[in-house]
Write a protein that binds this ligand. Structure first.
Ligand code: FE
Length: 306
């Protein structure tokens, strides 16, 4: 079933654009792009015009997931499919598409109220190679796997599963873990390309977004970033470790909006058959002084970065 092919971009609301610029370029190595629009900045990870749109609206949360479909026909098919399923959506104007640097766009919400922009035809600038915001050994692993993954809010796995399956993604429970209080935690993940998961659900209910993951193509960049984060005393919420599902070696640290950036390396592609795990491979120790059980950054830790 043709459908979503990748997480193309994220629109994030922020309260401090200059702080985000410093964090994204000097810590994460992303490239800043300023088009002279007041209160707005772009972050690049590859040849795309942007992979993040930062909007200084005070929200410090997700403003929209940009989900890509292949082209004109797939966009029209998605419009028909959403109409047949009774999902409210709006075809965006030419001006809205131009604002997002895409050819066509439609806007909708998932069953949990997460804003989504389905688009095709991103603006790709091969004449403007990616230039990292600080020294890097390599770049970011994007390509056909999209910009990365994110964990977002959900109000129930059944409705979430039906919705994203309708968009053409494949999903399953991949973790069933026992929490310290004896209760069971479950995580639901979806993929739509080689990336093992593009969307995840299971923690974080205070904001629409819990974390976004970007993947470095070189192990040295993961280690280099870890050293930088330590040196700048940025609060680490989940320490270095390897996930059981995507085999990503990663750690999570607080960003200026008070949620988490996951920085990773070395993921494996999606498996053709479902599996679930009760624990990670190793590491990923939760830092209770920085995050709670739902991976929310504590106010004291947020103040240290924001
Ligand atoms: Fe993650």
């Amino acid at each position: 079933m043709p459908g979503i092919t990748e997480l193309g971009y994220l629109r994030l609301g922020v309260s401090n654009l200059s702080r985000w610029k410093e964090f994204a370029t000097e810590i994460a190595g992303l490239e800043w792009c300023d088009e002279g629009e007041p209160g707005r900045g772009y972050l690049r990870m590859d040849s795309w015009h942007h992979r993040f749109i930062l909007e200084e609206d005070g929200g410090d949360d997700l403003n929209a997931l940009g989900l890509r479909v292949a082209g004109v026909e797939e966009f029209a098919e998605m419009d028909r499919r959403l109409s047949a399923a009774g999902v409210r959506h709006e075809i965006g104007s030419r001006a809205l598409a131009a604002d997002r640097h895409v050819l066509e766009i439609m806007t909708l919400e998932d069953p949990s109220g997460n804003p989504i922009e389905i688009f095709h035809g991103p603006h790709v600038q091969y004449g403007k190679p990616f230039h990292p915001g600080r020294r890097m050994y390599g770049g970011f692993a994007t390509g056909t796997a999209g910009m990365g993954h994110c964990l977002i809010r959900n109000n129930g796995f059944d409705a979430t599963y039906r919705f994203y399956t309708m968009l053409g993604m494949r999903g399953s429970i991949q973790y069933r873990t026992v929490r310290p209080d004896g209760s069971t935690g479950e995580f639901l993940f979806f993929h739509c390309n080689d990336r093992q998961h593009t969307l995840g659900f299971g923690v974080g209910v205070m904001k629409r977004i819990n974390h976004v993951m970007v993947e470095a193509s070189s192990f040295d960049d993961l280690a280099f970033t870890y050293n930088l984060v330590k040196a700048k005393q940025i609060p680490i919420g989940i320490d270095l470790g390897r996930h059981a599902n995507d085999h990503l070696y990663s750690f999570y640290f607080a960003n200026p909006s008070g949620w988490l950036l996951e920085y990773g390396w070395g993921s494996r592609p999606a498996l053709p058959q479902s599996e679930y795990y009760d624990t990670d491979v190793y590491g990923h120790e939760h830092q209770d002084a920085v995050i709670d059980q739902q991976w929310h950054v504590h106010e004291t830790a947020r103040k240290a970065i924001g």
